[in-house]
Design a protein around this ligand. Structure first.
Ligand code: COA
Length: 379
């Protein structure tokens, strides 16, 4: 539990069982429901993955078609939610908007029985891109967008809402793959937060709200935005090495590198790097990609640290023209599929998650009445 006498964040602790995902332990690679991430990212689309995570099996063509139609029919924003999104400041952190949007939806369409859990999971999958794009376009462009759309895929739908035009096929597929890669990752911090909330038999919205708040931090989902901020600091490749050496000497964390579970590489990273490269080539300006490559090289030379999924997701989103503050909310739009699958799995075989702690505080002592307390005790 501890490393050098310090809390190690439950590293290598098995905190439960799951049939949803493996993350490379005991000789396995990254798999969702038994399928390798390479096969899924190469051959499937995000809606198939969401279905697989929630229902346990890949959909047939008919099932996928029906699922697409269902998700498309659930994209409409309730008027009360629109009103809240309009009232939130345009300067708010978009992750706070997602967290609030999820919570407000729970007030408007509450989960009254667990029989509603699949429908609510699908509603969130369908609606989260609408929430993000509606708030963003209202405050940036001063318009109320129509969130109904003919776009069948979540990726095409989101990009279309964001720009107001049909996205290029290459961008749509790049985002689609990114959503697949972000969909699920076993007992990561946000999923674990969702499962802790689920273990109290709380409602789906509360579980997902807890997960969004947990994903927000730069050690977790927020790393993709922090990675882009780092990449953007450099004008040329020559600037990278000295700046990183200085940062590492100061013991700064370089976001988008390292992983709690993986030791030598993150299997998702080469896949998203390939997409970053393709988009860079397509754009005719590969400077951001080349700077990213140089950061990767220096991090390996200096610290033997490898890029995780968040690092090349940053340049991939950059080449699609997605604003940086929306990077982590896009992660939410995808990971909600994994969170929902875990919430359902937790509910199906539940025990309250309530660990214990080693006590390191003062020894037991007598209560001090007010008149006998001296300022010195309390600084
Ligand atoms: N940059 C610089 N040093 C790093 C690092 C990074 N990204 N990741 C790990 N290290 C170093 C630590 O400073 C520490 O060095 P030390 O032993 O000299 O103190 C050592 O590697 C172990 O790191 P630690 O943070 O204790 O390991 P962890 O298992 O708790 O860390 C992460 C996992 C993901 C939290 C960590 O790698 C990190 O903070 N990465 C950056 C954030 C990020 O990309 N998050 C997304 C994860 S998918």
């Amino acid at each position: 539990m501890t490393k050098n006498g310090k809390f190690d964040g439950l590293a290598n602790v098995t905190a439960g069982a799951t049939a949803i995902c493996t993350v490379g332990k005991e000789g396995t690679g990254l798999t969702y429901r038994g399928y390798s991430i390479e096969d899924l990212a190469g051959q499937a689309r995000f809606e198939e993955i969401a279905y697989l995570l929630l229902y346990g099996e890949l959909p047939t063509e008919q099932e996928l078609n029906d699922y697409d139609n269902r998700l498309m029919s659930l994209r409409g924003l309730p008027a009360e939610l629109k009103a809240v999104l309009e009232q939130l400041p345009g300067t708010a952190d978009p992750m706070d908007v997602m967290r609030t949007g999820c919570s407000v939806l729970g007030c408007i369409e509450p989960e009254c029985t667990f029989d509603q859990q699949y429908r609510i999971a699908e509603r969130m999958l369908a609606l989260f891109p609408s929430i993000l794009a509606y708030w963003y376009r209202f405050h940036r462009d001063g318009i109320r967008i129509d969130t109904e759309s003919e776009e069948r895929t979540v990726s095409g739908y989101f990009l279309h809402l964001l720009s107001g035009t049909k996205p290029p096929a290459l961008h749509q597929r790049a985002l689609d793959v990114s959503l697949i890669l972000y969909a699920e990752h076993e007992f990561n911090a946000s999923t674990f937060a969702a499962r802790v909330a689920a273990s109290t038999l709380s409602d789906m919205y509360s579980c997902v709200t807890a997960a969004i708040g947990t994903l927000r931090g730069p050690l977790h989902g927020g790393a993709n935005e922090a990675a882009m901020e780092l990449i953007s600091r450099f004008d040329s490749i020559e600037d990278v090495e000295p700046a990183l050496k200085t940062a590492l000497a100061r013991k700064e964390k370089i976001m988008g590198f390292g992983h709690r579970v993986y030791n030598v590489s993150d299997p998702r990273s080469p896949i998203i790097e390939g997409w970053s490269r393709r988009l860079a080539d397509d754009s005719g300006d590969d400077r951001v990609f080349r700077i990213s490559k140089e950061i990767e090289t220096v991090m390996w030379q200096q610290k033997k640290l490898f890029p995780n999924l968040d690092f090349y997701s940053a340049s991939t989103y950059h080449y699609m023209g997605i604003p940086v503050p929306l990077y982590t909310p896009i992660f939410v739009c995808s990971r909600v599929s994994g969170w929902a699958a875990h919430i359902m799995e937790q509910r199906a075989d539940n025990a309250l998650i309530r660990p214990t702690a080693d006590y390191v505080g003062s020894e037991e002592r007598s209560f001090v009445p007010m008149e006998k307390r001296h300022k010195a005790h309390y600084g």
